[in-house]
Design a protein around this ligand. Structure first.
Ligand code: FEO
Length: 401
């Protein structure tokens, strides 16, 4: 995708990965993604971030297009994860930058990924102000948002925050700005990205939001390393959304996810959802056989109540449920009501296993339902009642919040 001027003498020079579906091995990105890199033409032409290694050639072309000469004096490495640093070795060899700026933690990680011998590396941090000519750059170390090395770069004169992984979305497009694309798609992808990548670092996120809204950090544009750039009203909207995401306030939504062998647990899921709907809660039913765990996680993140069900298998849960619970535990959702359910043939441990794990994750657990073999009418009524009980509890929690 061609270089694009996003502000006077500041260019997007990244790459659009239209066909990417597997994101870092743990999530899916059905709409592709982008690796954003930004070039500032000033007395010292400065490149901020690079792209995944397979797009190195495209990045070099875009840099040549934006600069006219292909000359880059400085490179800033906001984040060493290979989707943003993979092109760096080729760039250093081709462009021979005068200096490469990186956070203290970034320096350690970079040396563990690449042979940096002879690279002109220089550490920058929160106290650094770097003049590149008419402009000055400030840096904000954002450790664990979402790696220990992560930092943001602020272009003071342009009020531009280049925010690394924060505020991003996996959304391939020919447009560069958030206000140019379908808003439902944009916000869906923004929330999904937070749920699957940023969620465990919500405490850090709140601290960063506090920092970047202080005087001296007036922000007119936020340019993340994935997806669309926020400008105008979008800046306030995404800051407000991130504050809401990080606080994880309860919502009037529930998700019922399950896996089943002979449809018994599936029928229970349907009846539980009916009970939730009867209390006015918006519900999503998600089979783990039909939905990727990152799709389910996107809904768990948005839900105030989460109900998980599995048939008992070899005295435990089905493998898909074991994987989903492990994935959810790592992402540390907070402040949600939970309940477990499931069918069984003889021993019936699945509900106990799910409930114990969810309790351990901090869910406010409500006693679940289990059914031997196929649920009969009376037992399905019990499932409806479980849905109603969870729905009422969620309503009470929302009223009190
Ligand atoms: Fe998009 Fe943490 O890398």
């Amino acid at each position: 995708m061609t270089a694009s001027e996003i502000a006077k003498d500041i260019y997007w020079v990244g790459a659009v990965d239209w066909n990417r579906r597997n994101f870092h091995g743990y999530s899916v990105c059905p709409k592709g993604t982008t690796y954003n890199a930004f070039l500032i033409k000033d007395e010292k032409t400065t490149l901020i971030d690079t792209v995944s290694a397979e797009f190195s050639g495209e990045l070099l072309c875009n840099i040549a297009q934006a600069t006219g000469s292909g000359k880059v004096d400085y490179i800033v490495v906001n984040h060493v994860e290979p989707d943003h640093s993979g092109a760096l070795p080729r760039l250093v060899e081709s462009l021979k930058p005068e200096k490469i700026f990186i956070s203290p933690m970034g320096l350690k990680v970079l040396k563990e990924y690449y042979n940096c011998e002879g690279w002109p590396l220089e550490v920058v941090g929160n106290d650094t102000t770097l003049s590149i000519g008419r402009r000055s750059l400030k840096f904000l170390e954002t450790r664990m948002l979402h790696w220990p090395d992560s930092m943001m770069t602020y272009v003071v004169e342009d009020k531009l925050l280049i925010s690394s992984d924060a505020f991003g979305q996996n959304l391939a497009s020919s447009e560069r700005f958030a206000d140019q694309v379908d808003q439902g798609e944009l916000w869906g992808q923004t929330s999904r990205y937070y749920a699957n990548i940023v969620l465990p670092y919500s405490t850090v996120t709140l601290k960063v939001l506090e920092e970047v809204t202080k005087p001296g950090w007036e922000i007119g544009m936020i340019a993340p390393d994935h997806g669309l750039i926020w400008r105008g009203e979008g800046v306030g909207q995404v800051v407000e959304a991130y504050t809401r995401y990080a606080r994880q306030a309860p919502t009037n939504k529930a998700v019922v996810f399950y896996d089943t062998m002979w449809h018994s647990t599936e029928h229970m899921a349907g009846a539980i959802a009916d009970g939730l709907v009867q209390t006015g809660v918006s519900v999503k039913i998600m089979s783990l056989a039909a939905n990727h765990h990152s799709d389910v996680m996107a809904e768990v993140f948005e839900a105030g109540a989460v109900l998980a069900g599995s048939a008992t298998h070899n005295n435990g849960v089905l493998p898909s449920m074991a994987g989903m619970l492990a994935y959810m535990k790592g992402l540390r959702p907070q402040g949600k009501i939970g309940a477990a359910f499931g069918s069984y043939g003889w021993s019936g441990e699945s509900m106990k296993h799910i409930a114990a794990q969810m309790a351990d994750m901090g869910f406010e657990m409500i006693e679940g339902v289990r059914v031997k073999n196929a649920p009969k009418h009376e037992q399905l009524k019990g499932c409806v009642q479980l849905g109603r009980t969870v729905g009422e509890a969620l309503k009470a929690k929302l009223a009190a919040s």
